[in-house]
Design a protein around this ligand. Structure first.
Ligand SMILES: [Zn+2]
Length: 402
């Protein structure tokens, strides 16, 4: 036997072992607790193979033995579970008004947080990203699995390249390599709406829906998709659906993309603030007047607070916002037949009435049974969705448990 074939054989055996390890770990991760016998049943591996693989996972500290489960006749089985604190993951969100990051445990629970404001006297964005990451790496108190970064724009996740991120001023930036060199850790980049979709699928999906769409509304409006339990990245590059540039109003305002009346111009964050400022100026009784000294000072937090306190003009605004978003939601439902649409980003703070207005618009616009079968809800992950989804990419690619 030649050296080469010996080498090949060895490699194959290692690959098989590694595959078995991932299979077992994925099953233990998916179940809060499980016995070796159940792992053998579910994977088709022999009990001996399962015992060997579990011994390695125990030695790596990724899995621990709990007490004993109920007996099925013989000796009661020892239950296993994933040690959530065995490793940590850094998730970073570059989509908002500040750069934010979080150190998560393996169950996506936040352990440490940090943020860096964008406005720091002309310092480059990359500098700020490194400052934030330095702080997060220092905060981590368990071995790090790696770093996930969610950001708006065209991202090549495979190559770790930001092809274009207009808001961050980046083009063809090998951010993945830059961060890997600096920290010696695996780094994954992901479009922000795709990150939000992955977060919903992984951490806020009690019914284990395999298909869902997330509409992320921040400065822009975009959609991320999970189809058949896989993040949909459409042909190898970004693939995020730029639904913010479907026409929502005839004529309408000029959009950054060069067209008029795009959804983003009536439903993005800038549009919401402009709307609220007009209410402030035209309606002396508006609750917004109690929350801001003058119209330019109104921020989204003030809008949400006045809306929650029952300001009637803002209630109308949220209904109209839902109608606009319903146009894009209808397109998603009709084209892709996704049974679940989740509204994420800062608009999620408007709560169920926004989801209901989106659904009402869908019923108006599309074949009714299709719209009726589509569940629309607001995200329960709040402002953490993008960071969490970026971190989930490490669970998917490094541990292969989701
Ligand atoms: Zn546009």
């Amino acid at each position: 036997m030649s050296l080469l074939s010996l080498h090949t054989q060895k490699l194959t055996r290692d690959e098989t072992k590694s595959h078995h390890q991932h299979l077992a770990l994925k099953l233990i991760y998916a179940n809060s607790e499980i016995s070796r016998a159940d792992i053998a049943r579910a994977t088709g591996l022999t009990r001996t193979a399962v015992s060997a693989v579990v011994a390695e996972l125990l030695a790596a500290g990724l899995v621990e033995e709990l007490g004993q489960g109920p007996s099925a006749g013989g000796k009661p089985p020892t239950l296993l579970r994933v040690v959530a604190g065995a490793r940590q993951i850094i998730g970073i969100d570059l989509a908002g008004a500040a750069l934010r990051g979080c150190v998560f445990d393996l169950r996506g629970r936040p352990v440490h947080q940090a943020s860096v404001p964008f406005l720091t006297g002309g310092r480059g964005t990359l500098d700020l990203v490194q400052e934030l990451t330095d702080r997060l790496v220092a905060l981590a108190d368990r071995p790090l699995l790696g770093i996930g970064v969610g950001l708006p724009g065209l991202i090549d996740t495979q190559l770790g390249i930001v092809q274009q991120a207009v808001n961050l001023g980046w083009q063809e930036l090998a951010l993945g390599d830059l961060l890997t060199e600096r920290y010696g850790l695996p780094v994954y980049l992901l479009n922000d709406s795709q990150a939000a979709a992955l977060a919903e699928y992984t951490f806020a999906n009690p019914t284990r829906a395999a298909d869902l769409a997330v509409m992320l509304v921040e400065q822009g409006v975009s959609a991320g998709l999970v189809i058949g339990g896989q993040l949909y990245q459409g042909g190898g590059h970004s693939g995020a659906s730029e639904i913010g540039h479907v026409r929502a109003v005839e004529g309408g305002e000029l959009c950054a993309c060069g067209h008029f009346g795009c959804l983003e111009t009536v439903a993005g964050q800038r549009a919401i603030l402009r709307w609220a400022r007009t209410i402030y100026l035209n309606q002396p009784g508006s609750l917004l007047r109690q929350l801001a000294a003058d119209a330019p000072q109104i921020d989204l937090a003030a809008v949400v607070a006045a809306y929650r306190a029952g300001d009637p003009a803002l209630t109308q605004m949220v209904t109209q916002l839902g109608r606009y978003l319903g146009i894009a939601a209808t397109n998603l439902a009709v084209a892709l037949n996704v049974p679940l649409i989740i509204l994420a980003g800062s608009v999620a703070q408007f709560g169920d009435p926004l989801a209901q207005a989106v659904k009402a618009e869908m019923l108006q616009r599309s074949f009714a049974p299709l719209a009726e079968l589509t569940e629309v809800r607001v995200s329960a992950l709040g402002a953490d969705a993008v960071m969490l989804g970026a971190a989930a990419l490490l669970l998917a690619n490094e541990l292969r448990v989701v």
